[in-house]
Write a protein that binds this ligand. Structure first.
Ligand SMILES: NC(=O)c1ccc[n+]([C@@H]2O[C@H](COP(=O)([O-])OP(=O)(O)OC[C@H]3O[C@@H](n4cnc5c(N)ncnc54)[C@H](OP(=O)(O)O)[C@@H]3O)[C@@H](O)[C@H]2O)c1
Length: 292
């Protein structure tokens, strides 16, 4: 990943942050985090750091050794990293996943910002109020856990989950029941996801699967059902998916994953710097990179 830092100068005082991942060269975070540091003239830098699973422990120790301000953590370390941290915030404790580490005077605290990033994006960019709404979610992977947890915190009315592998949806439902005491969850078998009756009262449709990342990926929900919802959110961010094209065609309000990506990064930025993230600058940086 090429990172162009225009006016930033690395000095002895520069606070280092970055992202631990394997692979990591696809990460877009360096683009918008450095744009934000640069815009606010903060003496910080953000670098992609390739960390193989067998080196995770020593990589986490190095945050303390080099007195870095913290890092983001991405695939495949989001769960594994927990055992090397001193403390977790409430969401990462509940979801057993961390995507942000903050070094507070030598103590490492873990956070997960995906769920809150999703909610902030829905509120600020989507102008959509989630309280008391019925939500249909496709997918039961890591991002679905984070988004379901955040939706429940925001007092959503009910959640319908469909997933290619039924067992993963069942585990997600059990997790939400056990950890958050949320019982208004129904699993819809993947083959039955387009049954007309389900769609009569759905307010928000969210795709949390990777379907849509590739050009010929199918539309998982039929247009006749999409037409019934108030808002469509597809967290895929590398291209305009068939789902989003359909929502646009049907004139349904919608958002793509760039918005969530920026807000989850903005929350990490605010944890590290204590300053309000320049979200518009971050969005501009990423859009220039992706859409050029
Ligand atoms: N915008 C953002 O900020 C943001 C943040 C995180 C992730 N994402 C994006 O969200 C997507 C999922 O990420 P994740 O971390 O949740 O991944 P994950 O934990 O690997 O989960 C992947 C999900 O996609 C489903 N899936 C994969 N291929 C499928 C197919 N061909 N048909 C139907 N379902 C399929 C999986 O179903 P099974 O259970 O059957 O395998 C699972 O539910 C990725 O595109 C990622 O880039 C975006």
């Amino acid at each position: 990943m090429e990172v162009i830092i225009i006016s930033m100068k690395i000095k002895g005082t520069t606070r280092i942050t970055g992202v631990f991942g394997y692979p990591v060269n696809h990460s877009l975070s360096p683009i918008f985090q450095n744009a934000a540091f640069d815009y606010l003239k903060l003496d910080y830098v953000y670098i992609p750091l390739e960390v193989k699973p067998e080196n995770l422990k020593i990589a986490v120790e190095s945050i303390k050794i080099f007195n870095w301000i913290g890092v983001n953590v991405t695939i495949p370390h989001k769960k594994e990293v927990i055992k090397y941290l001193d403390e977790l915030d409430e969401s990462s404790e509940i979801l057993s996943v961390v995507n942000t580490i903050h070094n507070i005077d030598g103590k490492l605290k873990g956070y997960t910002t995906d769920g809150d990033g999703f909610i902030r994006s829905l509120k600020e960019d989507g102008k959509f109020n989630i309280k008391n709404k019925n939500v249909f979610i496709i997918g039961a992977g890591g991002s679905s856990y984070a988004i379901c947890g955040a939706l429940i915190k925001e007092r959503v009315k009910s959640i319908f989950i469909t997933n290619r592998t039924y067992e993963n949806a069942r585990k997600l439902k059990e997790h939400l029941k056990k950890k958050l005491n949320f019982k208004n969850i129904e699993i819809i078998e993947f083959e039955k996801r387009n049954d007309r009756k389900i769609w009569e009262n759905i307010d928000l449709l969210i795709n949390t699967t990777s379907v849509g990342m590739k050009e010929n990926d199918p539309l998982l929900i039929e247009k006749i059902n999409i037409e019934k919802v108030q808002f469509v959110y597809d967290i895929v961010y590398n291209r305009k998916t068939e789902l989003l094209k359909s929502a646009e065609y049907l004139k349904i309000s919608n958002l793509d994953g760039i918005s969530m990506l920026v807000y989850q990064g903005a929350i990490s930025f605010e944890i590290w710097t204590g300053k309000k993230a320049p979200v518009d600058i971050m969005k501009k940086a990423i859009c220039e990179k992706i859409k050029k």
